[in-house]
Design a protein around this ligand. Structure first.
Ligand SMILES: NC(=O)c1ccc[n+]([C@@H]2O[C@H](COP(=O)([O-])OP(=O)(O)OC[C@H]3O[C@@H](n4cnc5c(N)ncnc54)[C@H](O)[C@@H]3O)[C@@H](O)[C@H]2O)c1
Length: 268
């Protein structure tokens, strides 16, 4: 097991990626507090996992964009499995809006959820861990969009670029206390895996998959496994890294084909 001595919180734990991370952490031996504003979703997840023989899971509901709420969440989380020593900041939201249509409210909403919440949660645990001499670890969920501009993503991509830089600044400031901070940048993960060529059902996704060398969307597990590794002692000398979990879609101009004809025939 990767995480036998970890007491974790996962913000956004009731969401698509959060659920995968919570389950993977439990299977790897951690106890987990699911932090989410979706009470029903978080409670249903904890029940389902408990029924599946993974009972070391609890729920704290709240809004991670709010400073006072984050302090309350941090205090409440400790009541379940003792002091938290592993944090995953996964609460966030994808958004798409042309800059010419962008309202200040929409801009601020996305930055508050994706960037501010990551700072507030990281700050709260850094303060606690520095005071208590806990060598904890933080994994922030960024996005491939944080390094790859596309139309409509001004607020989303910029907020994820902020998460990337925040991760590195945290790594520098917290590192001398033994606290590690890394980020994972997923590409598209949906409710089910979509393979390139399923054009009729998902034309936009298929276009994305033309630029994805592995030609499929991700599974929550693909992301969760990278998060668990970064949270574990296996990554003891890794901090300030951004791990792409993307099927290779982050590799530059992935949609540009060969301009010569290959003569190699793989025989299949
Ligand atoms: N799914 C993808 O394809 C994908 C790709 C790249 C990055 N990401 C990132 O992964 C993270 C999770 O995405 P997802 O697809 O699981 O989204 P999701 O919408 O399924 O889950 C997000 C969760 O966050 C919770 N949440 C939202 N606002 C909150 C708040 N203020 N306080 C507490 N909880 C709040 C929601 O209730 C929800 O359960 C996000 O940061 C997203 O940007 C997702």
């Amino acid at each position: 097991m990767l995480l036998p001595d970890r007491s974790a919180i996962v913000t956004g734990g009731a969401g698509l990626l959060g659920r995968g991370i919570v389950e993977t952490f439990l299977r790897e031996g951690a106890s987990v507090v699911v932090v989410d504003r979706n009470v029903e979703g978080a409670t249903a997840l904890a029940e389902r996992l408990g029924n599946a023989g993974l009972p070391r899971v609890a729920v704290v509901t709240g809004d991670v964009t709010d400073e006072a709420e984050v302090d309350r969440i941090v205090a409440d989380a400790e009541a379940f499995f003792g002091p938290v020593n592993s944090v995953v900041s996964c609460a966030g939201q994808y958004a798409n809006c042309a800059i010419v249509d962008m309202s200040v409210q929409e801009w601020d909403r996305i930055f508050a959820l994706n960037a501010r919440s990551t700072m507030l949660v990281g700050r709260a645990y850094a303060r606690q861990w520095m005071e208590r001499n806990v060598k904890g670890s933080i994994v922030n969920i960024s996005s491939g969009a944080g390094r790859s501009a596309r139309a409509g993503s001004a607020h989303y991509a910029a907020s994820k670029a902020a998460v990337n830089m925040l991760t590195q600044v945290m790594a520098i400031e917290f590192g001398p206390y033994g606290i590690r901070v890394n980020a994972v940048a997923p590409s598209v993960v949906l409710d089910r895996v979509v393979i390139a060529g399923e054009t009729e059902e998902h034309p936009y996704i298929d276009m994305m998959l033309q630029g994805t060398p592995l030609r499929r969307t991700g599974r929550p597990d693909d992301v969760a496994n990278a998060v668990a590794f970064l949270a574990s002692d296996q990554a003891a000398w890794m901090t300030g890294t951004l791990v792409d979990v993307s099927g290779g879609s982050h590799c530059g101009r992935t949609h540009v084909p060969l301009t010569t004809n290959s003569t190699f025939n793989p025989g299949r």
